[in-house]
Design a protein around this ligand. Sequence first.
Ligand code: NAP
Ligand code: ZN
Ligand code: ZN
Length: 353
Amino acid sequence: MTKPICYSTKAFSTASATSPLGATNIERRNPTASDVQIKILYCGVCHSDLHFARNEWGFTQYPAVPGHEIVGRVTAVGSGVTKFKVGDTVGVGCLVDSCRTCPNCRAGFEQFCDSGMVGTYGGMDKHLGTPTLGGYSQSIVVTEDFVLRMPANLDPAAAAPLLCAGITTYSPLRHWKVGPGQKVGIVGLGGLGHMGVKFAKAFGAHVVLFTTSPGKIADGKRLGAHEVVVSTDEAQMQAQAGSFDFILDAVSASHDLNAYLNLLKRDGNLVLVGAPEKPLPVAAFPLLMRRRSLSGSLIGGLPETQEMLDFCGTHNITSDIEMIRMDQINGAYERMLKSDVKYRFVIDMASLA
Ligand code: NAP
Ligand code: ZN
Ligand code: ZN
């Protein structure tokens, strides 16, 4: 494989699971015929970035550049690009390529590609033969089929988290047809959870937020929850037993799944989107009783991600964000570990100039 011509761009990377992130220069390929070159304006900070930077899932290769909630402006397009032009505001989410020919790719579920999707970070770059590097950088080059159109009416910074937190919650709520007449739980009011609350409300369900942080009760209601349960309060949990059609669990750390299975009705479904470092023990009986299900869901494919963005444009849905400079990222990670984010950090990439 001949290595394509590359250019250098500024980025923030980490050299090991225990090092802080710091400034560096990385190489991006010059756009090929089907590529879009994007100047990154904003990048959301997902808890997955932290899991990955610290090798909590065990597959990180260093140096690593996290970031997969990217919004930017097109600065160049290859000769074969038809969907985008210079100056367009575009998004890039968690994946930048896939085989495109397997049944899952053909059905628009590129995240489940049989050959493995190419993650925006931590994947294998087909052009360079090296690990992909994410959005904590000034510029990225992505094949046009994996670039999304951003609705013009949405604030681009507040829309950046839609590219992961948005689609990751939208997709399971849509797949399991959450809507009017259903009682739906959202567990954890973080980046994903607060989007889950907004979407479940927009889809017409009765929404109950479960939080470990009593200080988030008022925000939970403002964001759309009809009820807020403090999950550390046994009596409040007991009062909800056997009453839910669907619960979306967006917690980033170890917690008791059995307590949530017990809240489901007959045939109810607990769907995990949170990806904690350690396995979560599940007892048989909470599943056997009432024929309950335990499921999972991973981000979303390109067609559904565009559908979600368009839905957000129509309904004026974005994230509640706290803007940070790139050099504040290490402090932001520490706050994320304390559940102290309201409700997504977004990096202003101009701060990396
Ligand atoms: P986040 O912003 O840090 O939010 C996580 C929330 O979980 C916290 O705000 C907190 O909410 C709750 N929490 C934290 N520690 C807890 C504990 N020990 N026990 C109970 N609750 C706890 O994280 P995020 O960016 O939303 O990501 C959440 C998880 O989803 C991460 O594991 C991430 O890697 C994963 N993820 C998965 C996908 C996918 O495709 N499936 C995509 C993106 C992210 P309260 O303060 O309200 O309790
Ligand atoms: Zn993410
Ligand atoms: Zn495929």
